[in-house]
Write a protein that binds this ligand. Structure first.
Ligand SMILES: *Cc1c(COP(=O)(O)O)cnc(C)c1O
Length: 404
């Protein structure tokens, strides 16, 4: 049983049958899952959740997978909220936290989206999935797809780090490097769809990854005792997580589980690829493609997002903003949080810390605000700064060790 009533075009509001397979709406926009929230409100009790095991399937009744046998799981955990005490104290802030999504299977929050997308693919009997990816989405789709016994095809931009491509291949997907950006890899999936019999699992091009990402918002609200923070900084590529959390908050309010208060939603990008920031600053509803995109934070190297208007709408309605930081600030923020608080952020997560610093400095954010930085993936898949110190076993220079 589910509470799903229909799918809705995010641009026109047109309704579509939730019992059929869909990609984008006929107008080329993302489809959103809609629920009978009145009935859900009567039948679900937030306190009963306490009986459920931790992880995203504890929210199964607020999700579209009706039959538990269709659930594909690799052991999704509840991701921890970690304090950044010393990092925050440098700017006299004492309520700065990170939600560490790097603890999820395959090391990123892409697992949330793929758990739902692949479960729904299983429910619809789909067996061949294809995706463009900067690494983490492909890794998660390979893992969940193979867990469900499906065939997985993955297309990565040429500059995708080796570790991602190898991880994807090792997890049983067919993977290619492509001499282009992620949107150009997406075009290959679109082109090959018919001939190859692929189901396109690109960001926001099927309705269910966003429902998986929605669980980030549900989980955060529950972790905070059914309250929300003052600000959320989100490393924004395709924006699924930001849109998904915003949807979660609306649904929770409709259930009466939280009040009307919303966090400022802050979309963080890199100065080398900031189409959403540019559109936000220009006050427009759609973003134009960012040419020559380049940043160390590959998870947010997305020149063009199909859900651009949904990201911008959530950011504006929340009273938030969009902000870009350069790679130097990203790497400095990563080093600071790791050294000062023992929290190793990925470059995307570090971008949110760098952005927070800028926004506190220029007064856009209150340093006393309860603030959550999203660390969306483990940094352990990225190259780290080199280390040159070495010892010779037969000639240890203790002065050198002491003064290190
Ligand atoms: C995919 C990804 C992002 C961006 O997520 P979207 O929801 O697509 O904006 C950020 N960080 C990491 C580590 C990612 O893998």
């Amino acid at each position: 049983m589910t509470f799903v009533t229909h799918l809705e075009c995010s641009a026109t509001g047109d309704r579509f049958d939730a019992d059929a397979v869909h990609n984008l709406s006929p107008t080329g926009k993302p489809l959103l899952v809609r629920y009978d929230l009145d009935r859900m409100k009567r039948e679900l009790d937030r306190d009963a959740l306490a009986q459920q095991p931790p992880g995203l399937w504890r929210y199964a009744e607020m999700l579209p997978v009706a039959d538990p046998r269709h659930r594909v799981t690799l052991g999704e955990v509840e991701t921890p909220l970690l304090p950044l005490h010393r990092t925050g104290a440098r700017l006299k802030a004492d309520r700065l936290w990170t939600k560490d999504e790097g603890r999820l299977p395959t090391g990123s929050f892409k697992a949330r989206g793929m758990a739902l997308a692949v479960s729904m693919a299983k429910r619809f009997g789909l067996t061949r999935l294809a995706i463009p990816t900067n690494g983490n989405a492909g890794a998660a789709m390979a893992a969940y797809g193979r867990a469900a016994g499906m065939e997985v095809y993955v297309f990565c931009p040429e500059e995708t780090p080796d570790v991602n491509v190898r991880e994807i291949a090792l997890q049983g997907a067919r993977v290619w490097r492509v001499n282009g950006q992620i949107d150009q890899c997406g075009a290959i999936v679109r082109e090959g769809k018919e001939r190859m019999g692929w189901f396109d699992v690109s960001t926001l091009k099927e309705p269910y990854r966003i429902e998986g990402k929605k669980t980030m918002g549900l989980e955060l609200a529950e972790q905070l005792g059914w309250t929300l923070p003052d600000a959320i900084l989100y490393p924004t590529g395709g924006g699924t997580g930001l849109i998904g959390m915003w949807k979660a908050f609306d649904e929770l309010e409709a259930l009466g589980w939280i009040g009307p208060k919303r966090p400022k939603m802050i979309a963080v990008q890199a100065t080398g690829c900031a189409p959403i920031v540019r559109a936000f600053d220009e006050g427009v509803e759609h973003a134009t493609r960012w040419e020559n995109a380049a940043t160390v934070a590959s998870g947010i190297r997305v020149p063009q997002a199909v859900g651009d208007f949904l990201i911008l709408r959530a950011v504006r309605n929340s009273g938030g903003f969009a902000i870009a930081v350069d790679d130097g600030a990203i790497m400095a923020a990563q080093a600071d949080a790791a050294r000062d608080d023992g929290v190793l952020l990925g470059p995307e997560g570090a971008a949110t810390l760098a952005a927070w610093r800028v926004a506190v400095d220029d007064g856009r954010l209150d340093r006393r605000a309860h603030t959550i930085l999203f660390n969306c993936g483990t940094p352990l898949k990225y190259p780290m700064p080199p280390v040159n110190r070495a010892l010779k076993l037969d000639a240890i220079d203790w002065e050198d060790v002491e003064s290190a």
